[in-house]
Design a protein around this ligand. Structure first.
Ligand code: GTP
Ligand code: MG
Length: 593
C-alpha cells in the first residue's frame, strides 16, 4: 500500500465516523473503535534492530543513519544496554530502571555531551554487569528515517565475554519486525555469528545483511569476502526474501553525514541502505498495518450496517409483528447466553490447568537448575587447589553462570507458554466466534435482512511498546562469618563444610530464581486470559447491542414518538447507501493487499 492509499484509508475512517455521528443512534462504541484504528494507522511502530557480533560497527552504523555521533562507540565491547531510538522534536534521552527508581531524562546541547550522558548508562566500562539496574534506554532524535514510526534499536553485541547480553538479545528477538545483521571482514563471519544467525532467522521475519567496514578492503578483497560471507549465509540461512546483502562503511558514512558530503555518503554504501530502509520498510510496515486496520474497520462497518438494516426493518414492520419477532429472538438469545456461560466455565478450567502446567514446568526447572549449578560447583572443586577453595571462589563461578542459565530458560519458557496459550485459546476463540456469529444469523433470518459476515475474528495486535526481556537474577550468597570456614581447619573438613554450604546456597539461589521466572510467566498467563475474556465479553455485548438493542430502541421510539418514524427511516436509508459504499472501498483495498 502506498502512502496515498494509507491516506485514503484514513479518509474513509474519517467519513465513517462523520456519518455515525450524524445518526441519532448511539454508535459511541463503534466511533471509539474507529478512532482507535485511525490512531494506530498514524502511530504504527516498526522495530528495526541492528544485530551482530560485538565490534562489528552497529552503533557507528546507527550514528551514520542518524547523521551525527550520538551513540557511544569504541574499540572494546561496549553497548551493554539496548537503546531504542525513535522520532522526537529534539535530541533527548530517557533511562528506565529495573527497580522502582524513577527514570532519568536528559536533553542535550551537543552530540558530544549526549554521548557522555549515554555512556554512563549503556557502556559496559561505566556500568559493569549493569550495576545501575538499567532496563532500557530511549533516545529521541529528529532524523528523517525515524519519521514513519520506525524505531531503530542498538543492541549489545553477541559473543563477547558478557554472555548474559547474548541471552538477553535472543529473548528480545521476537519483538523485532526486521533486523540489519552486521558482519565484517575482521574476522570474516565466525562460528558464534552463525549460531546466532540461526536463532535470529527463526525469530525475525525480515533480515538484511550488511558487510561493514569495507573501507579496509581493496576491491578484490571486497569481492572475495563478499562471496565468502554470501556462501556462508546462503548455506546457513534459507534463501528467499532474506538474501539482500549491502556493502558499507559506517565510519565513512558518519564522516560523510557530519561533513554534508554526498559523494562520500554514496561511496560509503549507506545511501543505498538508507534509501532501501526508508522506502521499502516503511511501506512494508504500512502494508501490514493498513491491512489489519482496513479489515477491522470493514468488520465494524458490517456490524453497523446490520444494526441500521435491523432498525429500518423494525421501523417498517407492523408493531405487533415486531413484538412477536423480538420475543422469539429473546428466547434464542437466552439459549446462546447459557452456551456462553458454560464456555466461560471451560475457559476458567483451562486457566487452572495452564497454571498447573506451569507448576510442573517450574518443578522440572528447579531440578534442572539444581543439577546444573551443582555441576558448576563440582567443577570448581575439581579445578582449584584446596588452598584456593573458598566460598568466594564458588560464589564467583555461580554468579557467572546464573544469569546466562536463567535468561536462557526464561526465553525457552516464554516460547513454551506462548505455544501453550495458543493451543488452549484457539478452540475457545473458534467456538465463541461461532456463538457470536449465530446471534447475527438469528437476527438476519428472523428479520429478513442480509446477513453480514464479519471477517477478521482474530485478535487485533495490541500496540507494542518496546521492552527488553532481561531480568535481574539473584546471584549473590548470604554471607556467613568467615571463622566458620576458617583456613586453619584440616583440608578435608573444610572441603566438606564448603560442599555442604554450597549445597545450601544453591538451594536458595534455585528457589529464588525459579520463583522469579515462574512469577513472570504466571503473570503473563493471567494477563492473556483476562484480555481474552474481556475482549470476548465486549464483542458479545456489542453484538447484542447491535441486534437486540437496536430492535428494542426502535420499538420504544415507535411507542413513544410514532411521529418520528418517517424522518428516522429516511436518515437511515441515506446512511445505509453511504456506509455500504465506504465498506465496499475498504474491502476492495483489502483485496488489493
Ligand atoms: N574502519 C572502519 N571502522 C569501523 C567502521 N564501523 C565501525 N568501525 C569501528 O569499529 C569499532 C567498533 O564500532 P562500534 O560501533 O562501537 O561497534 P558495535 O558493534 O556497536 O560494538 P558493541 O557495542 O561492543 O557490540 C569502533 O572503533 C568504530 O570506529 C567502518 O565502517 N570502518
Ligand atoms: Mg555498540
Amino acid at each position: 500500500m502506498t502512502v496515498s492509499e494509507k491516506i485514503d484509508v484514513q479518509k474513509l475512517l474519517y467519513r465513517t465516523i462523520e456519518q455515525l455521528n450524524g445518526l441519532k443512534t448511539d454508535f459511541s462504541r463503534e466511533i471509539e473503535s474507529l478512532s482507535e484504528l485511525k490512531k494506530r494507522l498514524r502511530q504504527g511502530r516498526f522495530h528495526l534492530a541492528v544485530l551482530g557480533q560485538f565490534k562489528r560497527g552497529k552503533s557507528t552504523l546507527l550514528n551514520a543513519l542518524l547523521g551525527e555521533a550520538v551513540l557511544p562507540t569504541s574499540v572494546i565491547p561496549l553497548t551493554a544496554i539496548p537503546t531504542f531510538i525513535q522520532g522526537g522534536q529534539k535530541l533527548s534521552a530517557k533511562v528506565l530502571f529495573e527497580d522502582k527508581k524513577p527514570p532519568v531524562e536528559y536533553t542535550a546541547d551537543t552530540p558530544a555531551k549526549f554521548v557522555d550522558f549515554l555512556s554512563k548508562y549503556v557502556a559496559e566500562t561505566n556500568n559493569p554487569a549493569n550495576q545501575l539496574n538499567v532496563r532500557q534506554v530511549e533516545v529521541f532524535h529528529t532524523a528523517e528515517i525515524l519519521r514513519n514510526g520506525v524505531v531503530l534499536i542498538d543492541t549489545p553485541g553477541i559473543g563477547s565475554t558478557f554472555k548474559h547480553n547474548t541471552e538477553a538479545t535472543l529473548n528480545f528477538l521476537p519483538q523485532c519486525d526486521a533486523a540489519l545483521f552486521l558482519v565484517s571482514a575482521d574476522p570474516p563471519i565466525t562460528e558464534v555469528e552463525i549460531e546466532f544467525l540461526k536463532q535470529v532467522q527463526k525469530k525475525v521475519p525480515r533480515l538484511f545483511f550488511i558487510l561493514n567496514k569495507v573501507d579496509y578492503l581493496t576491491e578484490q578483497e571486497k569481492e572475495q569476502i563478499l562471496s565468502f560471507a554470501g556462501n556462508v549465509i546462503n548455506e546457513q540461512v534459507e534463501c528467499g526474501q532474506n538474501d539482500i546483502v549491502f556493502c558499507a562503511s559506517a565510519r565513512l558514512g558518519l564522516q560523510a553525514r557530519q561533513n554534508n558530503d554526498s559523494e562520500l555518503w554514496a561511496e560509503s554504501g549507506l545511501d543505498s541502505v538508507e534509501a532501501y530502509l526508508v522506502d521499502f520498510l516503511a511501506n512494508e510496515k504500512n502494508e501490514a498495518l493498513s491491512g489489519a486496520v482496513r479489515k477491522k474497520a470493514a468488520d465494524i462497518l458490517a456490524e453497523v450496517l446490520m444494526q441500521i438494516q435491523l432498525s429500518v426493518k423494525s421501523l417498517q414492520m407492523p408493531l405487533d409483528d415486531l413484538e412477536k419477532r423480538l420475543e422469539i429472538f429473546r428466547e434464542n438469545l437466552a439459549e446462546l447466553e447459557r452456551s456462553k456461560l458454560s464456555e466461560m466455565d471451560i475457559l476458567e478450567g483451562d486457566k487452572q490447568r495452564t497454571h498447573e502446567f506451569l507448576e510442573d514446568h517450574s518443578e522440572k526447572l528447579r531440578q534442572k537448575s539444581m543439577s546444573c549449578l551443582k555441576s558448576i560447583v563440582e567443577e570448581t572443586f575439581s579445578k582449584l587447589d584446596p588452598e584456593q577453595l573458598s566460598e568466594d571462589a564458588i560464589e564467583k563461578s555461580l554468579a557467572k553462570a546464573i544469569p546466562v542459565f536463567f535468561e536462557h530458560e526464561m526465553g525457552k519458557s516464554t516460547e513454551i507458554f506462548q505455544d501453550k496459550m495458543q493451543q488452549v485459546l484457539s478452540p475457545h476463540r473458534k467456538r465463541l466466534n461461532k456463538l457470536i456469529d449465530s446471534i447475527r444469523r438469528t437476527a438476519a433470518e428472523l428479520f429478513d435482512i442480509p446477513y453480514q459476515q464479519v471477517q477478521s475474528m482474530q485478535d487485533f495486535e495490541v500496540a507494542r511498546r518496546p521492552y527488553w526481556v532481561s531480568h535481574q537474577w539473584t546471584r549473590s550468597f548470604q554471607r556467613i562469618p568467615r571463622g566458620l570456614l576458617g583456613k586453619l581447619l584440616p583440608a578435608g573438613v573444610r572441603k566438606s563444610q564448603l560442599a555442604r554450604r554450597a549445597t545450601e546456597q544453591i538451594n536458595e539461589l534455585v528457589i529464588q530464581n525459579v520463583e522469579n521466572l515462574r512469577w513472570a510467566v504466571f503473570q503473563n498467563i493471567d494477563r492473556s486470559f483476562i484480555r481474552f475474556q474481556s475482549e470476548l465479553q465486549a464483542r458479545f455485548e456489542q453484538t447484542l447491542m447491535a441486534t437486540q438493542g437496536a430492535i428494542e430502541a426502535v420499538l420504544k421510539k415507535r411507542k413513544e414518538h410514532s411521529e418520528m418514524v418517517a424522518n428516522e427511516l429516511s436518515r437511515f436509508d441515506e446512511a445505509l447507501i453511504i456506509l455500504a459504499d465506504i465498506k465496499k472501498s475498504l474491502v476492495s483495498f483489502c483485496g488489493q493487499a
